[in-house]
Design a protein around this ligand. Structure first.
Ligand code: ADP
Length: 328
C-alpha cells in the first residue's frame, strides 16, 4: 500500500507511560502507522534541558520504548529510535540556529513558561528547544507532524525557520512540515482536576499490575458535588465517567449514566466496574509487554536498528544542507 507521507513525532523519555500518554499520544501513533511512514523518536537530548539527574535516562528510554512496542508500534515498518543516536540532528540544530532570531525564541509563551518552571536553571538549551525540535522534524524530511492545538505555534515556528533557511541559502533542501491537527484529549489525573502526569503523581501507569491499577482507580475523585451515596450524581462532571466512555461497553456506559443520576449506582461500585474494564483493556498490552520485556536486548536492538535507518535519511538531508550552506 502506498503511504500518504511521512509522519514525525518525538517525546521525551519519561519512563513508564500512563493513561494520559496512551490516550493523548501513543494510541494515535499506533493508528497513524496504517496510512503513514512513521518516524517516532525518543528525544533524550531534549530531556537534558530540564532533568536534574541523568541516572535514569537509559532506563526511562527503555521503559518508554517497551511500552510503545507493547501498545502496537510496529518496528519493522516504523522507524523507532533515540534522538542522540543520530548525531546529525545536533549539526542541523547548529546550522538552523544561525537563521533563527533570538528574540522570537525568548518571546515564545512556552519558553516563558519554562523559565517560570525552571528558575535557577535557565540554560541555553532551553532557549534553543524549538530549534532542536525543528531539526528533528526536518532532518527526516517529515511531511506531517501530529500535534494538539497547543503545540501548533511550535510547528508554525518550525515552518518559519525552514523558510528562512531556504531563502537565506536559496535552496529547497528543507521541507516545510505540515501540521496534522489531532484531536488530543486532555486526560485528567486521578484527582479529577489536573492533567494526568507523573510530576503530580496523579497518573495510572499502563504497566501497573491489575491490583495496583484497581487501587489507583479506587482513589479517583468522582463528581465533587456528590457527598453521600444517596445523593444523585452528575456524570457530565465526573472524571470516572469520562473514562468509562473510553473503556466500558456502550450499554454499560448508558446504564451508569442513567443510574448515577438517580443514585441507583454509587461511586465505589462505579469505580470497581471501571477498574475491571480498564484491566480487561490493558490485559493484552501487559501480556505483550511481559513477552517483549523478557529480552531487554531486543528492545535496544530495535532502537539501534531504527537509528541506523534514521541515519541514512538524516545523512542524505545533511548532504543537501551542507551543500546549500556551502560548507567547505
Ligand atoms: P513531552 O514533553 O515530550 O511531550 P509528556 O510525557 O509530557 O512528554 O507527553 C508525551 C505525550 O503524551 C505528549 O504527546 C502529550 O501530549 C501526551 N500526554 C501526556 N499527558 C497527557 C494527558 N494527561 N492527557 C493527554 N495527553 C497527554
Amino acid at each position: 500500500m502506498t503511504k500518504k507521507g511521512r509522519v514525525f513525532s518525538g517525546a521525551r523519555p519519561t519512563g513508564r507511560q500512563h493513561l494520559g500518554n496512551y490516550l493523548g499520544a501513543i494510541k494515535n501513533y499506533v493508528a497513524l502507522q496504517d496510512n503513514y511512514d512513521c518516524v517516532y523518536c525518543i528525544v533524550d537530548l531534549h530531556a537534558l534541558t530540564t532533568v536534574e539527574t541523568t541516572a535514569d535516562l537509559k532506563q526511562n528510554t527503555y521503559e518508554m520504548a517497551l511500552d510503545w512496542l507493547a501498545a502496537g508500534i510496529r518496528p519493522e515498518e516504523t522507524t523507532l529510535f533515540v534522538q542522540s543516536h543520530v548525531p546529525q540532528v545536533t549539526e542541523l540544530h547548529t546550522i538552523l540556529s544561525m537563521v533563527t532570531p533570538l528574540g522570537k525564541l525568548t518571546d515564545l509563551p512556552t519558553f516563558k513558561e519554562k523559565v517560570r518552571q525552571n528558575e535557577g536553571n535557565i540554560n541555553y538549551g532551553l532557549v534553543g528547544y524549538p530549534v532542536l525540535m525543528t531539526a528533528d522534524i526536518v532532518l527526516y524530511r517529515s511531511d506531517v507532524v501530529p500535534v494538539g492545538i497547543d503545540q501548533a505555534p511550535h510547528i508554525e515556528f518550525a515552518r518559519e525557520i525552514v523558510r528562512s533557511f531556504n531563502y537565506r541559502f536559496q535552496t529547497k533542501a528543507l521541507l516545510e512540515p505540515q501540521m496534522k491537527n489531532t484531536e488530543i484529549p486532555k486526560v485528567l489525573g486521578i484527582d479529577g482536576k489536573e492533567k494526568m502526569g507523573k510530576s503530580l503523581n496523579n497518573h495510572i501507569e499502563l504497566a501497573a499490575t491489575p491490583d495496583e491499577t484497581r487501587l489507583r482507580v479506587m482513589q479517583m475523585v468522582t463528581d465533587p458535588q456528590r457527598m453521600k451515596r444517596t445523593d444523585p450524581g452528575n456524570p457530565d462532571i465526573c472524571n470516572v465517567f469520562s473514562m468509562h466512555k473510553i473503556f466500558t461497553p456502550a450499554e454499560d456506559v448508558e446504564m451508569i449514566n442513567r443510574e448515577c443520576r438517580v443514585a441507583g449506582i454509587g461511586c465505589v461500585d462505579c469505580k470497581k466496574r471501571f477498574a475491571e474494564n480498564l484491566n480487561k483493556s490493558l490485559d493484552p498490552f501487559r501480556t505483550r509487554r511481559a513477552e517483549i520485556g523478557k529480552n531487554p536486548e531486543d528492545v535496544w536492538d530495535i532502537l539501534h536498528e531504527g537509528a541506523k535507518r534514521a541515519r541514512v535519511i538524516a545523512e542524505k538531508t545533511m548532504q543537501d544542507v551542507r551543500a546549500a550552506v556551502q560548507l567547505p
